[in-house]
Design a protein around this ligand. Structure first.
Ligand code: ACO
Length: 428
């Protein structure tokens, strides 16, 4: 029983609500018995005040701009760690020793190939299919190929499924790209790093050797780290909700990919770059800022604002720095970066954005980098899905291992007709 209680008075009845404390962060009112005790539900459509689970993976303090994975600040991980190491951390709870990291990296590399039959799935799609449409389909289809890792009650099978998903995602995403440009699929080369292998499968061709540019590999790895997990966001909550029914992990991750696709979530980096292209030159920025502020105009500054961060998005800071590194390495001079910097500067001086605490989020700069590396905008969200898979899988594992886990089933405020009698069609 929690030491601290909150008191709720409703319909002349007073009940105590236990107050739960996490290791850090706001206290949480436990309303699990509310309906039983009062007959009333709570109403919170966007879950702005609702915690859906207990989790030890990721902590965000939106007001302070803090993002921690298993306690480690995202800035330190992005600067000093690697995506493989962060993946191990998320999945296992602690940073690995050198041997553990080598072992994990080797295990992941042993799962990078896809069942050969899966390549026929790709050929069923139109050439202009969005990579996310292909990813939803192919990842969901994995459950038809890997029957030996779909028993969710077996921790060993869950572990193998997790490794398979993390390992195969770069191959799946790269093949989606290759299919769209009409080039042959490339098999993984396990002598390369996780990220180097992905770059080669995406941009290499069988006719020539492919050389990984170290600065691009590093930047890409960092982008993967920045997107690896982000607490109970929409797609992660989708994975958890799908998983709460006992669905297999491949189906759950396909559900997460579907949710991530939306422009308010993973699709924002694509939308942000399209917006920068539409704005074009810095002299047009004031016009677009006015449009973003106009209540009668649906236009929003894409890559601005965040449900949780109300100070700054710590990932955006790392991303802005990474743009410069990639541009220097590739000797790119994209005027859109200047437009992005100027837009950030002007928006941050504007009362509307200051009052509403709207800052650039991780997606504001990621599109500029990815475009410089050579990815078409349609691939941006697919890259996000690739990186987020480890977070989804870690969250899904945490949920399945939690003894308090039950099927997710929100309630509603019903506003439809009350009971009425059916009228046969000829009498209506
Ligand atoms: N441009 C202009 N105005 C904005 C923006 C924006 N980008 N974002 C929020 N606002 C305004 C809203 O109009 C609203 O104004 P009001 O209070 O006068 O009605 C107010 O700020 C609050 O906005 P909400 O949509 O209620 O805030 P919420 O926390 O629900 O939304 C969201 C967050 C969806 C990210 C929103 O800021 C947005 O649409 N941003 C653009 C899309 C984007 O960049 N998404 C990426 C999110 S990060 C990620 O998924 C990795």
């Amino acid at each position: 029983m929690a030491d601290k209680q909150a008191t709720l008075t409703y319909n002349d009845k007073t009940i105590d609500l236990p107050v739960l404390e996490g290791s850090v962060g706001p206290e949480v009112l436990d309303i699990r018995k509310l309906y039983g005790q009062t007959g009333a539900f709570t109403y919170d459509p966007g879950y702005k005040s609702t915690g859906s689970c207990e989790s030890a993976l990721t902590y965000i303090d939106g007001d302070e701009g803090v993002l921690l994975h298993r306690g480690y600040p995202i800035g330190q991980l992005a600067e000093q760690s690697s995506f493989m190491e962060v993946s191990y951390l998320l999945l296992n709870g602690e940073l690995p020793s050198k041997d553990e990291l080598d072992d994990f990296t080797y295990t992941i590399s042993r799962h990078t190939m896809l069942h050969e039959q899966l390549s026929t799935f790709y050929r069923g799609f139109r050439r202009d299919a969005h990579p996310m449409a292909i990813m939803c389909g192919v990842v969901g289809a994995l459950s038809a190929f890997y029957h030996d890792s779909t028993d969710i009650s077996d921790p060993e099978q869950r572990k193998i499924a997790s490794h398979r998903l993390v390992a195969k995602m770069p191959t799946i995403a790269a093949m989606a790209y290759k299919y769209s440009v009409g080039q042959p699929f490339l098999y993984p080369d396990n002598s390369l790093s996780y990220t180097g292998n992905f770059l080669r499968m995406t941009f290499g061709v069988p006719a020539e050797p492919y050389e990984v540019v170290p600065a691009v590999e590093k930047a890409m790895d960092r982008i993967f780290i920045l997107h690896a997990d982000h607490e109970q966001n929409a797609s992660t909550s989708t994975v958890r909700l799908a998983g709460s029914s006992g669905a297999n992990p491949f189906a759950c991750i396909a559900a997460g990919i579907a949710c991530l696709w939306g422009p308010a979530h993973g699709g924002a980096n694509e939308a942000a770059l399209n917006m920068l292209r539409e704005i074009g030159t810095p002299d047009k920025i004031p016009h677009y800022i006015e449009r973003a502020k106009d209540k009668n105009d649906p236009f929003r500054l894409m890559g601005f604002g965040h449900r949780v961060y109300k100070n700054y998005d710590p990932r955006a800071t790392v991303m802005q720095k990474t743009v410069r590194e990639v541009f220097d390495a590739l000797k790119v001079n994209d005027p859109l970066f200047e437009t992005a910097l100027r837009l950030e500067e002007l928006a941050l001086q504007d009362d509307y954005f200051i009052e509403k605490k709207l800052f650039p989020n991780v997606d504001f700069y990621s599109g500029v980098i990815l475009s410089a590396i050579g990815f078409p905008t349609t691939m941006f969200t697919a890259l996000f899905a690739l990186a987020r898979t480890v977070g989804w899988v870690a969250q899904w594992n945490e949920m399945i291992s939690d003894p308090a886990q039950v099927i997710g089933r929100p309630r509603q405020l019903y506003t439809g007709p009350t009971q009425r009698d059916y009228v046969p069609v000829g009498q209506r």
